[in-house]
Design a protein around this ligand. Structure first.
Ligand SMILES: Nc1nc2c(ncn2[C@@H]2O[C@H](COP(=O)(O)OP(=O)(O)OP(=O)(O)O)[C@@H](O)[C@H]2O)c(=O)[nH]1
Ligand SMILES: [Mg+2]
Length: 233
């Protein structure tokens, strides 16, 4: 017979606190942390390669890339930016302690830290990694029904990138339907459509990242001013 045990506390409270501390630490260094979530093969690594090509030496970029096994994504990304592979050995999402371990091996400070999460539209939605923005990547080959079927991932994200738009002539995918369903779940969701393979649409996405980092730096400046004012009294 099944027994229901009521746990009267947030079982993720420690993890959430660790994520808040990491976000605060990286905010104080002026590093915008971007958590990229998606299904396996949606084009996360290809997108990061395209961002690396687009920005070249403009910013100090770094990536932590999660996978169940192999260093393959890290090998693809290292020509573009310092990258550490986080191998979970089977776990379906990343958590803050593993992110911290990888971070120790990257140069500091960074302007942008990208975390490529494990390919999975379910578990990573429930784990804050200390990011400032979560971006969900949805490829045209997956079908435009995914926002409605995996709502938590879209509800917890700030932006949606529809990838592999070069394949639109050959696959049944409506950008309009995907965005409509996603914004029904998360009305504030920013949306972009791009092809990393053809380097199309990357500029808009990078402009968004730049504006998010600018907001972070402004926020940090306000906090530094407040601290200085308080010390003066
Ligand atoms: N046609 C097309 N193919 C793409 C595009 N972006 C990625 N791909 C292809 O899609 C496949 C998966 O791309 P990845 O970048 O490895 O995807 P990923 O999300 O990092 O995959 P995992 O890390 O394994 O979850 C590769 O064969 C890429 O070449 C694109 O814009 N257009
Ligand atoms: Mg990848």
């Amino acid at each position: 017979m099944a027994t229901t045990i009521s746990v009267q506390r947030d079982v993720q409270a420690d993890q959430k606190q660790q994520a808040r501390e990491l976000r605060q630490q990286l905010s104080s260094q002026g590093t915008l942390v971007v958590n990229l979530v998606a299904s396996p093969g949606a084009g996360k690594t290809s997108l990061l390669q395209a961002i690396g090509r687009f920005w070249k030496d403009k910013y100090r970029l770094g990536t932590l890339v999660g996978d169940l096994a192999t260093e393959r994504d890290a090998e693809r990304l290292r020509p573009f930016m310092p990258t550490e592979q986080l191998t979970t050995g089977g776990a379906c999402h990343l958590e803050v302690p593993l992110v911290r371990r990888g971070l120790e091996k990257l140069p500091t400070p960074l302007d942008f830290l990208f975390i490529e999460n494990i390919g999975n539209l379910v578990c990573p939605a429930s784990h804050d990694l200390g990011e400032h923005i979560r971006i969900v990547v949805l490829s045209t080959t997956e079908g435009d029904d995914k926002p409605a079927k995996y709502p938590k991932m879209f509800r917890t994200s700030q932006a949606l990138i529809i990838s592999k738009t070069d394949l639109l002539p050959w696959v049944p995918f409506s950008i309009e339907n995907a965005i409509r369903d996603a914004q029904l779940i998360q009305p504030e969701l920013k949306t972009f459509a791009l092809s990393a393979l053809r380097d199309e649409g990357i500029e808009d996405c990078c402009r968004y990242l730049e504006s998010e980092r600018k907001s972070l730096l402004q926020q940090r400046a306000i906090e530094l001013d407040d601290n200085t004012d308080q010390q003066a009294y």
